[in-house]
Design a protein around this ligand. Structure first.
Ligand SMILES: NC(=O)C1=CN([C@@H]2O[C@H](COP(=O)(O)OP(=O)(O)OC[C@H]3O[C@@H](n4cnc5c(N)ncnc54)[C@H](OP(=O)(O)O)[C@@H]3O)[C@@H](O)[C@H]2O)C=CC1
Length: 427
């Protein structure tokens, strides 16, 4: 929750008053020849709080002044292959005005004109570097073709479009950074950051932000990949580990190649999960942030819960699997059950002139529509960007997670909802 300016001022004033009173007490002790470590610690703590409040205020101020509504033109300044499947794009604002800061872990939303698309396609990609005033960076993995060759249409794949068609000097339409999965940079509590495959992107942004801020926060960084061919940002991670006492990078290969050598290329063999943390981490007392393939996110969530990590300390990318999100909803304090959908509801898609029966096989209305060749817009697929908003002409939905995008009355976000009744949708 963001604090209003008035609240910041009130807290800062109270903290300063506390600081003042403690200094008076401390000076009295000093005058009496007594030094009290407890009082010094209190003063240091209050000083740190004031600094944090000031930093948070400055962040909000810059964000409000420099952010933008709708799309802004960005020029691709540099296109840098990280390996054969992953490419980083460095983006600079075409208007050359400074960029607003973002929270490490957030993503950018792109409006793309794909070669075979009739209309604009919306796609979200995590920012993979720390907040910088000059450029934003996204690192994108090329989507493999679907197993069914009949469904292969590279012209409709936004990741393939980036790899094959977006070049240095090109201009892209970009919405401001967004997203609820981010690291609170104003805290100093120890963290474990975990990336699986290309899921490294948001947690790498967090790691870079910690290091660049000069924070001494204890930070463990686990990267799970198959082997050295997938081991991206290798030199960068080795350098951060070497140069920062508080940073501990652990590379985990699930299927090392014959030429890969433990100790030289990677630290541990196997999969990143709670069993490995029990061996490597001094305790379970951390905040955990993770992003990766859906099975990894699910097993991490359950493994950490079984290791008695409170749910409030488990944070994962909202683009993650619906099953993890439903579990989180089901575990809410009031014990509310995760929203479920029965099967057998009739779904009428008026524009597409299709009437179908919801069989419960899809996680969301969006997935159900896509499986039935109904054209629907989508972006983040996590209820955050609002691209999939669709008018509900009749009926009601249940949400798997609380939408973070605004939803007008009479509409729904199809990417995170399931039917609660028979429905008629304007799609
Ligand atoms: N911002 C976001 O939300 C982003 C999300 N992503 C997500 O990240 C995913 C990463 O994809 P990709 O690079 O293809 O990942 P990969 O399929 O290449 O998997 C990466 C690693 O994760 C391991 N893994 C698989 N299952 C588990 C498990 N249950 N527990 C532990 N480790 C496991 C794999 O091991 P093994 O060899 O044993 O399979 C492999 O070593 C994407 O599918 C996307 O969903 C990616 C980028 C950004």
């Amino acid at each position: 929750m963001e604090l209003g300016a008035v609240n910041y001022v009130a807290i800062a004033v109270l903290a300063l008053m506390g600081l003042y009173v403690l200094s008076l007490i401390y000076n009295n002790f000093r005058a009496a020849g007594v030094t009290d470590r407890g009082i010094q610690a209190e003063i240091a703590y209050l000083r740190e709080r004031v600094d944090r409040i000031k930093a948070a205020r400055e962040f909000d101020k810059q964000k409000n002044e420099l952010s933008w509504n709708g799309v802004r033109k960005f020029r691709v300044e540099r296109k840098n292959p990280e390996n054969k499947d992953i490419c980083s794009f460095y983006l600079r604002p075409h208007d050359e005005r400074p960029l607003p800061p973002f929270e490490p872990g957030q993503y950018l939303t792109f409006k793309l004109n794909l070669p075979s698309g009739k209309k604009v396609t919306t796609r979200c990609y995590s920012l993979s570097d720390s907040p910088k005033s000059e450029y934003y960076r996204v690192s994108i993995k090329r989507n493999p073709p679907p197993k069914d060759p009949a469904k292969a249409d590279v012209g409709k794949s936004s990741s393939n479009y980036f790899h094959d068609h977006v070049n240095e000097g090109d201009i892209l339409d970009v919405q401001a950074p967004n997203g609820d999965f981010f690291l609170d940079m104003h805290r100093q509590t120890p963290v474990v950051l975990i990336g699986g495959g290309i899921g490294i992107t948001p947690v790498l942004s967090m790691l870079n932000a910690i290091v660049e801020s000069g924070s001494k926060r204890e930070t463990w960084f686990f990267l799970g990949v198959r082997n050295s061919a997938e081991h991206v940002f290798r030199e960068h991670l080795e350098r951060l580990d070497r140069e920062n006492e508080n940073v501990h990078v652990r590379i985990v290969y699930s299927k090392p190649d014959d030429n890969d050598e433990q100790g030289r290329d990677y630290h541990l063999e196997g999969r990143v999960g709670a069993d490995l943390f029990r061996e490597v981490l001094p305790s379970n007392n951390y905040d955990y942030y993770f992003c990766g393939p859906p099975p990894m996110m699910e097993s991490l969530f359950h493994g950490l819960r079984e290791w008695d990590v409170p749910e409030s300390r488990i944070h994962f990318e909202a683009f993650g699997p619906a099953t993890v999100k439903s579990k989180k909803t089901a575990d809410t304090e009031d014990g509310a059950a995760a929203p479920v959908s029965g099967s057998g509801f009739k779904l009428k898609f008026t524009r597409s002139e299709k009437e179908l029966v919801w069989d419960g096989s899809a996680d969301t209305i969006l997935e159900f529509a896509e499986a039935n060749d109904i054209d629907m817009d989508s972006g983040c697929r996590a209820g955050a960007c609002g691209t999939c908003i669709t008018a509900v002409l009749a009926g009601e939905v249940n949400y798997a997670t609380e939408p973070s995008a605004d939803v007008d009355k009479g509409s729904c976000l199809t990417c995170i909802s399931v039917p609660k009744t028979d429905m008629e949708l304007d799609a």
